[in-house]
Design a protein around this ligand. Sequence first.
Ligand code: NAD
Length: 435
Amino acid sequence: MVEQGLHHVFRRKGATMRTDTILSNASANFARAADMLAGEFDRDLLEKIAQPKERIEITIGPQFDDGKIHTLRAFVVRHSDALGPAKGGIRMTGDVTLDDVAGLAMEMTWKCALIGLPFGGGKSGIVADPHELDEHNKETLIRSFTRAAMRHIGPMIYVPAPDMGTNERDMGHVKDTIAYSAGQAGTQGCYVTGKPVILGGIPGRREATGRGVVECVAEACKAVHLSLTGASAVVQGFGNVGGVAAACLAERGANVIAVSDLHGAVHNADGLDIRALLKQYDQTGRVEGFPGGEGVDGKDMLELPCDVLVLAAAANQITDQNAPRIQTKILAEGANSPTTPRADDILADKGVFLIPDILCNAGGVFVSYLEYTQETQQEQWTEDEVRARLHKRMCEKFAEVAAVAQARKLPMRQAAMYQAVRTVAQALIARGKLP
Ligand code: NAD
């Protein structure tokens, strides 16, 4: 029996599924994988795998500097713990919903399984706009959330990390809140990743997702016989993922011709000076007004002819509306769920080589895993070691997915989902009857 309101995992003939939310995208992608795996696994097992283990809604009431109590909502979803404790970031935006968090938690299950980690999938959400909070009030909010969610967080339960709207400073406050509540200087084991290095974080975690994206792009270039040196690249989003991806692309000789953020986009057909642009973004929080390029519309930018398009901003950026006009050879999903399933089909028909989010942006959770083991074993890793491990894992997993895609004649997303869901199903079977 499937709970009312949750998506049935198998597509019914003629049934239409809404494809405009993170959860419906994740469910549609899962349904395709489940159809492929139905001959190998019991359908009831696949049905179970699709559903979240826990969907928790929390009310918090932090008292901000204005002296008032602000009643806010927060969510924690543990989608799966078949492979280990749930792993996934804390998203803080004004419009995050429980369904978004459930969809993102589901994606984390596949991502961790695909990249070969002993983690399940989880995610949290805090409904608040971080841009409206000063540092002090944001700390109050993070501490309030952590206190309320503490029973759902733990090295063997759910291990959060930064996501949109949260950063390493916030993760330091999460750790401190948990340690303080136990009257201890620190925590025994790793309760949260993406922390400042001085509090048990790992060097290179902040850059890991963007670096991993570019590792995948480099492998994709080989697959389509394109040289990354001199390739033209467009990057949507200039934050943690997009900014690092643009810098790494430039470092590896690509010509980054356009980048965008929430406020606007800049274009220069001869290539942008990414170092100078990062400096401006650090100072102003905007790419607009950059003297080394011309302003363009952010949506139009996605349709520029280019070799590589990196999506590193938000969900649902490529839909069936604009997919026919996309002119890239390689599309790298640095963001979560930036392409809808219907757009996927259009891009596949056009021959675009798409690197799916659960592979492309998995570098972040991979390095979180290194942070987890570092803290658990009280080791200290160098940034060079972290980069080398990241490079090796991303290349290995890219090759595995590409091999499945070739053998089964599937687009990369379906090959990645096939691998990931299969791994989770195998883990559940290996656990036996109880879970
Ligand atoms: P961030 O907040 O650091 O940066 C987001 C950037 O995207 C900002 O430059 C913002 O202005 C821009 N942006 C937002 N909406 C936009 C829009 N509609 N058009 C153009 N630009 C827009 O966030 P981040 O950490 O870089 O995350 C970006 C995406 O990558 C999210 O989907 C996130 O879930 C995903 N992701 C992040 C990590 C990580 O380690 N940070 C890991 C995996 C996936």
